[in-house]
Design a protein around this ligand. Sequence first.
Ligand code: TNX
Length: 550
Amino acid sequence: AADLARTAERRAGDLLAPPAPVRLGDVVPAPERVLPDPAADFTLTADAAIRVSAAGRDVAEQLADWLRPATGFPLPVTDGPLPADGPLVLTLSEAPLTEPLGGVDAAGAAGAASAASAASAADEAGPVDVAGAVDGLGDEGYRLDVTSAGVRITAATAAGLFHGAQTLRQLLPAAIDGAAPVAERWAVPGGSIIDRPRFPYRGAMLDVARHFFPVEDVLRVVDHLARYKLNHLHLHLTDDQGWRIAVDSWPRLAEVGGVTEVGGGTGGFYTQADYRRIVAYAARRHVTVVPEIDLPGHTNAALVAYPELAPGKVPPPPYTGTEVGFSYVDPADERTYAFVADVVGEVAALTPGPWLHLGGDEAFKVPADTYRAFVERAQTIVAATGKTVVGWHQLAPAGHVDGRVLQWWGTNGDDPETAEAVRRGARLILSPGNRVYLDMKYAADTPIGHDWAGLIDVHRAYDWDPGTHLTGVPAEAVLGVEAPLWTESVTTLAEVEFMLFPRLPAVAELGWSPRSTHDWAGFRERLAGHGPRWTAAGITFHPSPDVPWP
Ligand code: TNX
């Protein structure tokens, strides 16, 4: 009876309450379909529980971890039955539940669907069959239903549930990102979202070679990616200024090659245990780590450690400047290929994901045919580990190996060499330097960063289409997008965040959202609402004049 009274009291409170401050469509990246039902707002209260199916357990625990600090609510996670009139429920399930969640009314939501379809740019396919919409969600899609009785997230996979949980987090008031309890009405806007990604590969790169970033910083970057449904973290692990991953068979790489960085600092490297920790942390957040061992250029740190790899067999001095293109491993020495096989073998063994990035950029001192022969051998070595070769688009002239992926970082979409590699079977990750290079300055007065590819504020990062960017490359050849952050001038986590935010969410939207949702005017409004979230979460960001911050 006391429970019933409490429920009645809460419902009465809801009726008097103003609408949720966040609208259902305020999500970044924009969902495929948004079907608002303003009569169905939900309010999260202290008696809420999260009910899960077995496969959703870990996502539910993470959702609870995100929601507990600011709400102060206990939010127990349970896979048992809950009393019908008991606590409000967030349900995470990989398949539709047999018992309906009270108040989720398929017919009513379908009505809202047709009403909303005119307003939703994403609705190419007409009204949604809300009742059966789990089919077609794919590997990463989800469906989220909010009624006054609760919230339900449904997906075919844990990754889909995770993305749905991130959406739910964004639908709560911005104060949800705070670290300590605040008094707030934790309203969630009513209606349904049905969502799945446009591209399977959505990533960011962190250059940990020019400046080293400790494990904790990398984990926080993973959290930032996961918020915006990015699912790959590319780590640029080796360069002239530092070698950042311990290799047991060539220990001096990290021990000697790891102690330098740009500007003369002491650098650092990841032990294999550190690296496994990053990989596991990312995996839990449905982020795949893509390790890069940059070859044959960008290898001065390796040559300092092992002069036998250097063309003249003379150790070069350690390098802490920011020039590129001067170093390379000796392509004429068999020991070089043993080194490549050993390093790639150990890195592959640390890598549960399918990708291994070979670099291949800016080997300016290596003649074209020598370069090609080197790369073809290196690609074969990677393929032999069972991993799929990824490389910068300079790899294009080399022969195709099964599945290979080129990461295009050009600034002019007319690139016949890359288009030809695509015709021979390569797929592409798009990282156009003048759109998504996160080391580019926002404006002339940005205190850190470069400008060789131009100035890139949010509008410029957002307003291009990965599906049509390269002449002669069909959208089907595009695996996705990635925003690289080179760190010659970036030295702290706060500086990393400053360069990521707010451009990273723009790139995330290009990778996730259907093209039909693309709309700068709407994006800048949605993005503006995230400023207070970053502030609450202690995330440093550039207060771009492109965005109407509240
Ligand atoms: C080019 S992009 C590089 C990097 C630099 C970057 C600076 C690419 C594959 N190579 O070595 O850090 O420019 O913006």
